[in-house]
Design a protein around this ligand. Structure first.
Ligand code: NCD
Length: 306
């Protein structure tokens, strides 16, 4: 029997995943990529998206269909009974009657955990507010492992919106389990919240907070650039104040040398120059593509079919 740390489980937060479990999941992704099989024939995935999404929703859709399964769902809550006042709890209780596994994206922190409490079906968090985005982290780690051959002991600089960026919150937790050294580059108003700093303290992860990318040493392994999360700002004036800073361009990355891996979860707005697409370390389209095999593997694992 192959190891399946996800059997019947929910995928809600990277805080629920230990180092060995992450390694096993990545190994299963690799194995699935080499030997893809339609193992979910007759199964139905419900994609419940209460917030905008391109990659997460489409890649879960593609993943389920490539596995031989089918998908139902919605891409915004306006066309659903939520707009009539239905609670999230009731929506999940109803959806569980129509499917075998649920993916949810929702603007409220903790919503995916609540959904998981409402049903005995496996629930996968496709992003809950500014809290967590665990499947993005697994595809980020998978991409890193494929490109650099390792995920242990990397020096990673996170750049941009570390306050609201859920991809950052999930990934720093996991990297801290693998002995990463971190540089946290953001304006003071968008620093990593204390709650997530606790993850770093717990793992004794070395991290330095700076305001300027020029303070980051040239030998870092990875730059992980993020979008300023406009939709989470209470004050539009505050957004305008910070959005022009933290733009990464070919000139900015020149001093980092040829071995740099450049990552971004996408969508990018103006923080990442399009000319960087031809940088040998540019990984964003790979990240997006790897999302399908990683999500195929996750769906197959939680449903006990891999
Ligand atoms: C991210 C998200 O939704 O958190 N997108 C994604 O899933 N790749 C990043 C973002 O919106 O900035």
């Amino acid at each position: 029997m192959k190891k399946n740390p996800l059997l019947g489980r929910d995928v809600i937060s990277m805080r629920d995943f230990g180092r060995e479990e992450i390694k096993t999941v990545l190994a299963r992704c690799d194995e699935f990529e080499r030997n893809p099989r339609p193992v979910l024939k007759g199964k139905v995935l419900a994609n419940l998206f209460f917030e905008p999404s391109t990659r997460t929703r489409l890649s879960f859709d593609a993943a389920m269909k490539r596995l031989g399964g089918q998908t139902i769902g919605f891409a915004d809550s306006i066309s659903t009974s939520i707009s009539k006042g239905e609670s999230l709890w009731d929506t999940i209780r109803v959806a569980e009657g129509y499917c075998d596994v649920i993916v949810i994206r929702h603007p409220a922190e903790g919503s995916a955990r609540l959904a998981a409490e409402a049903t005995s079906l496996p629930v996968i968090n496709g992003g809950d507010g500014s809290n967590q985005h665990p499947t993005q982290t697994l595809l980020d780690l998978y991409t890193l492992q494929k490109r650099t051959g390792r995920i242990a002991g990397l020096t990673v600089a996170f750049v941009g919106d570390l306050k609201y960026g859920r991809t950052v919150h999930s990934l720093i937790r996991s990297l801290s389990l693998f002995g990463a050294k971190l540089w946290l580059v953001s304006p003071p108003s968008l620093r990593l919240p204390d709650d997530f700093k606790e993850d770093l303290a717990e793992a004794e992860t070395s991290h330095v907070e700076v305001e300027d990318l020029s303070a980051v040493p040239a030998d870092v392994d990875v730059l992980y650039v993020t979008r300023i999360q406009k939709e989470r700002f209470a004050d539009p004036v505050e957004y305008e104040r910070v959005r022009a800073d933290y733009q990464v361009t070919p000139a900015t990355v020149q001093r980092f040398g040829g071995k740099l891996t450049l990552m971004h979860p996408l969508p990018r707005v103006n923080e990442l120059h399009a000319a960087l697409d031809s940088h040998p370390g540019a990984a964003w389209f790979d990240q997006a593509r790897n999302g399908v095999v990683v999500r195929q593997t996750l769906l197959a694992l939680v449903l006990g079919a891999a």
